[in-house]
Write a protein that binds this ligand. Sequence first.
Ligand SMILES: Cc1cc2nc3c(=O)[nH]c(=O)nc-3n(C[C@H](O)[C@H](O)[C@H](O)COP(=O)(O)OP(=O)(O)OC[C@H]3O[C@@H](n4cnc5c(N)ncnc54)[C@H](O)[C@@H]3O)c2cc1C
Length: 288
Amino acid sequence: MEVKAMSVSAANISSLGSGATIPVAYYPKDIEQLRQIQRRHAARSRLFIAGALSNTLVLEMTPDDATIFCSAMRGIRVHEDCITVRAGEKTAHVADVARICGLSGMEDLCCIPGTVGGGVMGNAGCYDTAFKDVVKSVKLFHLDDGQQEELSGEEIAFRYRYCNLRKNVDFITEVTLRLFPDGVSAIGARMSDVRKKRKQTLPTGKSLGSVFKKIDGVSCGYYLDRLGIKGRRIGGMQVSEKHAGIIVNRGDGTPEEYLALVELCESEIQKATGRKPEREVVIFGRNQ
Ligand SMILES: Cc1cc2nc3c(=O)[nH]c(=O)nc-3n(C[C@H](O)[C@H](O)[C@H](O)COP(=O)(O)OP(=O)(O)OC[C@H]3O[C@@H](n4cnc5c(N)ncnc54)[C@H](O)[C@@H]3O)c2cc1C
């Protein structure tokens, strides 16, 4: 079936509830549709790859920019101690399927918003676990040359909130997770603990999660708190009063206001520590 482009509003998709219009968005369901997009856009457009935009700020795009969402690539297969998921499955849902199947390993990841594709690309993690700990293999479609490739978890260089797959070129289509058997109720109890702990520490407002990566193991929220930046507002965006490492949308915040607050936090942290914090939030559009 021919894959169609559409215009969508990032504000309606992103967990931030804010974001520019994406003039050319695709939702391929399979490799054949990815191939059509690749042929149509290769070498002519800037391509962006997206999951659920729960870690991505979308600024103004040009009519030539095309964004390929993986969220229509769905399907989960459980085999022995492994779960093979297509990239658009939600991480939280996969964690729940693992629990129901008596497979442990995903408990700490059960509250991470977004897709498995986005989770692997950013090596998303929480407490003692990150995707690197559970990824057995990853299937890729290369948007530059249309080739496919399968890599083992060991072949991918995962680091803290990073992996060396090429951003906006290596499209993750499928991921196999290696888990281990355990009792359903023990897994469920651990997931409840994780949910409880996160509820106590994270703001409930619309956000993209942590803005910055830790500096030498210290959360940037700690520095921002010490610097008195907790609660600071630019327009409708605010550094959360509950967790200074997260910027929340108070209702009508624009992506430009979010970026302005990110830059303000960056400059204050740099002044205080001598180090410019690395962004965990990804930015699409404008000159990024
Ligand atoms: C309330 C809240 C809490 C959060 N808590 C955590 C947390 O505890 N730990 C944590 O690590 N993160 C956390 N996050 C951030 C976010 O949920 C994760 O980074 C998540 O894994 C992003 O998934 P996504 O599908 O939304 O990716 P997107 O935001 O859409 O994309 C993120 C990156 O992945 C790339 N990408 C997406 N899909 C693919 C694909 N199929 N192939 C190749 N590249 C792809 C994009 O190009 C982009 O670079 C939180 C966010 C929110 C809103």
